[in-house]
Ligand binder design. Structure first.
Ligand SMILES: Nc1ncnc2c1ncn2[C@@H]1O[C@H](COP(=O)(O)OP(=O)(O)OP(=O)(O)O)[C@@H](O)[C@H]1O
Length: 455
């Protein structure tokens, strides 16, 4: 998707020339001849980059004053100054005021394109850095080689380049946001922004200002909403079932009209945004209960993709654990550990209601809390209690951590031995009463005890 560039110059031929060059390079160019039309154009939609002439004849504000206003309200917009011969000093002042760079008139097309490319790339990197600072470490790719994961990857490869709206359906922590990011990064919008909003985290009252932004009477109190922020990129609407019905209607209108009005405003903001939404609920049931708009569902769910829970792809667990251990060890400096076969069996048998997120948290906990030498293998008894509690219990409360390591025949024998020893001691060594209770013939019990080496 093309980046949005606003060219502000009082000379019409320069505006048209620059717009022509940038459009040939695949950018989307808008133009303005003075400060007020520039501010109106920014009001229409926040651009990614402004090319701003220092000398604006017949304009209310000159280039430097306009730069101040832009930087005050939209610090993230890149500004490149166009300076005439002889006002280089002013251009340097502009850089001190926050402009990214300047080009000197007359300039060659190559120089213009190079500076613009760099400014847009810097903007992208700034966005990435901001994201890395705000979010918990995000996986760089989908880990797992199970058939379910491979199928998901195939679906992503197919839908990513198409620009269609996608609805990701799956339980919490199964990787819906990660999948949305993968789709974005494999799409033609990969260089544009990826903006995520989560209806669970935002109060219903704030939902609309988050999505649409605010347009105050004056410049103060004005904010850019997620939709405008995502122009040229992808907007991820997480947990759409939690969106208030009123907001649902407004989103529907955005999808139909391709534009919206900011809260408290009148300007129609036109955006080009791909929407990927997600839900962990059954939306059909939400529709039947009157909580979700059916027409919105059909618009959002052009391509539905289901994400399997972790319990449906347990074979991915060892690979995920290895991946998270590497990731956590790199970011925290904690040493990686070896997971014993018995512990791995327990981890694979666990149901993981919180899915991959819960598994990741447990790997982190294990690395922090598992005692012993860092070279020592982590065995089942060292697992967090809520995970280990799922191990089949042994009658004497011991040995449960070993049982999953054994083949069925040995595990059964181990269980029988512990079970019968416990029963015999319970009946104070009385074989007849034990046999009666466990439901065996006295002679059969004797034979069994002999084979097991008891008594
Ligand atoms: N297949 C995977 N490979 C590697 N990491 C994964 C995978 N799936 C999920 N994760 C990681 O698990 C965590 C949870 O994933 P994500 O936030 O995408 O889930 P979600 O389905 O959007 O959850 P929620 O609905 O609760 O927001 C993230 O840290 C993510 O990077």
């Amino acid at each position: 998707m093309a980046s949005d560039i606003l060219i502000v110059d009082d000379e019409a031929d320069i505006r048209d020339l620059v717009a022509g060059i940038l459009e040939d390079e695949g950018y989307n160019a808008r133009t303005a001849g003075d400060s007020d039309s520039a501010l109106a154009a920014i009001e229409q939609r926040r651009p990614h980059l402004v090319l701003l002439d220092i000398w604006l004849e017949g304009s209310r504000l000159d280039g430097l004053q306009l730069l101040d206003v832009i930087k005050q309200h939209h610090p993230d917009v890149q500004v490149v100054m166009i300076s005439g011969h002889g006002n280089i000093e002013t251009a340097v002042t502009a850089i001190h005021k926050g402009a990214y760079d300047f080009i000197e008139k007359p300039f060659k097309a190559d120089r213009l394109v190079l500076v613009v490319e760099r400014a847009i790339e810097t903007l992208r990197l700034k966005r990435e850095v901001k994201e890395l600072k705000t979010f918990a470490p995000i996986a760089q790719h989908l880990v797992g080689s199970s058939p379910a994961m491979n199928q998901l990857r195939t679906s992503i490869d197919r839908v990513a380049p198409t620009n269609s709206r996608i609805l990701l359906v799956g339980p919490s922590g199964a990787g819906k946001e990660l999948t949305a990011r993968m789709i974005h990064s494999q799409s033609t919008r990969a260089n544009g922004p990826f903006v995520a909003t989560n209806a669970v985290m935002i109060t219903p009252e704030r939902m609309e200002t988050e999505l649409f932004g605010v347009e105050g009477g004056d410049q103060r109190g004005r904010t850019v909403g997620a939709l405008e922020e995502a122009h040229g990129g992808t907007l991820f609407l997480d947990e759409i079932a939690d969106m208030p019905r009123e907001t649902q209607s407004k989103i529907l209108r955005v999808l139909v009209d391709q534009n919206f009005v900011r809260v408290g405003g009148t300007t129609r903001v036109h955006v080009d945004v791909r929407i990927i939404s997600s839900t962990s609920r059954n939306l059909e049931a939400e529709i039947a209960a009157g909580r979700f708009r059916e027409d919105l569902y059909h618009r959002l769910s052009v391509v539905p993709i289901r994400l399997p829970s972790l319990a449906e792809r347990r074979e991915d667990i060892p690979e995920l654990i290895a991946y998270f251990m590497e990731q956590i060890s790199q970011t925290t400096g904690l040493p990686k550990r070896t997971i014993g076969e018995d512990a791995m069996a327990v981890l694979q048998a666990h149901d993981w209601p919180g899915n991959v997120r819960q598994l990741r948290n447990n790997v982190e906990r294990l690395l922090i809390l598992a005692g012993g030498d860092s070279d020592a293998t982590i065995n089942a008894s060292m697992l967090p209690q809520d995970v280990g509690a799922l191990m089949p219990a042994m009658p004497n409360g011991h040995g449960s951590d070993q049982i999953l390591r054994l083949p069925l025949r040995d595990a059964r024998e181990m269980f029988e031995r512990e079970y019968l020893a416990a029963q015999i001691s319970r009946f104070s060594g009385n074989i007849s009463r034990t046999a009666e209770f466990v439901g065996m013939e006295r002679s059969a019990l004797h034979r069994k005890l002999k084979t097991l080496g008891i008594g």
